[in-house]
Design a protein around this ligand. Structure first.
Ligand code: HEC
Ligand code: HEC
Length: 507
């Protein structure tokens, strides 16, 4: 009896080892063919050409959490880019100004247009935003030899080639959010120029949004008001003085400094050491067999990697950073007081035309940037409008977009109550779907769940989980204002970035 058991054990053990190494071997070849090194995240400082500046990053962290950048002091970057969700949204569609000071499932207030993307690893993204409208022509976010391109009014002039100061795409991007009326600046005083339909949003909070300048844009006038707030703050002046000699000499804080600090904070948010990276770097046992089988599908038969790319300018971020049409159902909040403060596209103002908004080309309608997939399991909702709240449903959508979109119901998908409304017609969404979606063979149920396991766990860097990122919430802010309530961060963090960073960065 005993011997039989022993033999059985030995036999099953060796079969398992054989199967295991066959799987490992196959995956190693596939990763090699895809030129996936698993070390992209380790190269941040070498690509920056310098170490991260901890002092500047800590200033960026304070600005990120502080309502001082928002004219009405009712939101901050962190209100939408929440630490409990990889510095992404806690909602399907972002809620900006006039919120209830809660960050989490119970956040309420007028909705904007799209879901807030996670900021972790965005140092490596060559195109920002759901339609890639902020981008770097060289394809390398660390290279400003061709400048950075933004839609008007910034256009091609604000961030010119070889600028000695604004050298990374994020340092340029950081100059934009405070100018957004719906996200940060608010509407008070905008009635005359925006028309009567915006009356309801006059929040009566006092600080008027400055009128547009001669070019018709409000961006620069808003920046000037924000700068006045910062320059009036003694604590901020001394913090900026630590990083910028001109401020130490008594010169004013300028907006490029704000952008630089916010970018530096985001450089500390690189979490690209997932099981797939560790395996690619030779760590046997980094992945479960299910994750490995899922990875083989992702890079092989299921053809996910054709769009969720890892080579070249994708910087191993699992996106080709190209706008594509994959027929995601469209959610749009109702426009009106406390409901939604963005007017959507289409005859019934309930559609999002995506990339067409920038290119004005009808063929770009409903196209959105291929989502970078690292750490996607941290998100409470998926796609540009958070139409799905379960990762497996978002993946299943790709396998049969027509069926998925036709059967889609916001209520069954589990989105927030105010987003449960009749959706726009499905048929136009499904015309001319991206050809790269087609042709994949149907997966078996087991293959499907392997694929889910890989995307959920194989791409997750455990250091990006909420218990770590919540520790970056400052206990107090230089403006004296208090941070909002972060529902997903019950134990709020320590005050110094350095106290939290060794654990967050050096695991
Ligand atoms: C009202 C919520 C809100 C606030 C406040 C906000 N953001 Fe965002 N952020 C978004 C949304 C939504 C997008 C995507 C917008 C789109 O694609 O149209 C975004 C996009 C970004 C991106 C591009 C990410 C990517 O994957 O392309 C960066 C970087 C960013 N925000 C940084 C910031 C910083 C820094 C602040 C504070 C100064 C800030 N945001 C404030 C909602 C917000
Ligand atoms: C034709 C290109 C293409 C292919 C092939 C593709 N995707 Fe996508 N994927 C996209 C685009 C585009 C989006 C964003 C769409 C949107 O938000 O409207 C996306 C979004 C996602 C998301 C949601 C991420 C988020 O942040 O919300 C997941 C998960 C995902 N894809 C997984 C997969 C998997 C797994 C496969 C292989 C079965 C796959 N994709 C194949 C283009 C593609």
């Amino acid at each position: 009896m005993k011997t039989i058991a022993w033999v059985a054990l030995l036999w099953s053990g060796s079969v398992a080892i054989a199967a295991d190494s066959a799987l490992d071997h196959e995956l190693a070849l596939v990763l090699q063919a895809a030129r996936f090194s698993g070390s992209a995240g380790l190269q941040l400082e070498s690509r920056l050409g310098r170490p991260i500046d901890r002092t500047l990053a800590d200033l960026g962290r304070l600005l990120f959490f502080d309502k001082i950048l928002n004219l009405h002091s009712d939101n901050s970057c962190a209100g939408c880019h929440a630490p409990e969700a990889g510095f992404g949204d806690t909602q399907s569609i972002a809620i900006g100004v006039q919120n209830n000071n809660v960050v989490g499932p119970h956040r309420s207030g007028p909705r904007n247009q799209r879901r807030t993307p996670m900021l972790i690893n965005d140092a490596f993204f060559p195109k920002l935003m759901w339609n890639g409208r902020f981008f770097v022509p060289s394809g390398d976010p660390f290279d400003n030899a061709q400048g950075f391109l933004f839609p008007p009014p910034e256009g091609t002039t604000r961030f010119p080639p070889h600028d000695p100061v604004i050298r990374h795409l994020l340092a340029a991007q950081g100059q934009l959010p405070p100018t957004e009326l719906t996200e940060a600046a608010g509407f008070t005083g905008t009635r005359r120029t925006l028309g009567a339909q915006f009356d309801p949003f006059d929040d009566g909070l006092g600080t008027a949004v400055p009128p547009p300048d001669a070019s018709g844009s409000r961006n620069e006038p808003i920046r000037q008001v924000v700068l006045r707030r910062l320059n009036d703050s003694a604590p901020y002046r001394s913090l900026f003085a630590r990083s910028f000699p001109s401020v130490a000499r008594g010169q004013p804080i300028d907006f490029s400094m704000v952008g630089l600090a916010l970018a530096e904070f985001q450089f500390t948010l690189v979490f690209a050491n997932a099981p797939i990276d560790r395996l690619a770097r030779g760590e046997r046992g980094a992945m479960t067999d299910g994750q490995k089988r899922g990875a083989l599908l992702f890079f092989g038969e299921a053809r996910c990697v054709t769009c969720h790319a890892v080579s070249g300018n994708s910087n191993e971020m699992f996106s080709d950073f190209t706008n594509r049409r994959i027929g995601v159902p469209q959610l749009a909040p109702e426009f009106g007081v406390g409901k939604g403060n963005v007017i959507f596209d289409g005859p019934r103002q309930n559609e999002d035309y995506g990339a067409e908004q920038i290119s004005n080309r009808p063929e770009d309608r409903y196209k959105f940037r291929t989502s970078p997939l690292r750490n996607v399991a941290l998100q409470p909702a998926f796609f540009h409008d958070g139409a799905f709240t379960q990762l497996e449903h978002a993946i299943a959508h790709h396998l049969n977009p027509a069926v998925s979109a036709r059967l889609y119901s916001p209520a069954l998908a589990g989105v927030a109550r105010d987003l449960i409304r009749p959706t726009s017609p499905v048929l136009p969404l499904l015309l001319d779907l991206d050809p790269l979606l087609a042709n994949s063979r149907p997966l078996t149920l087991r293959q499907f769940w392997d694929l889910v396991e890989f995307v959920r766990d194989g791409l997750l860097d455990a250091r990006a989980k909420s218990e770590h990122l919540c520790r970056l919430i400052p206990d107090s802010l230089p403006s004296g204002m208090s941070p909002p309530l972060f529902e997903g961060c019950p134990e709020r963090g320590r005050n110094a970035l350095d106290a939290a960073l060794p654990d967050v960065m050096n695991h």
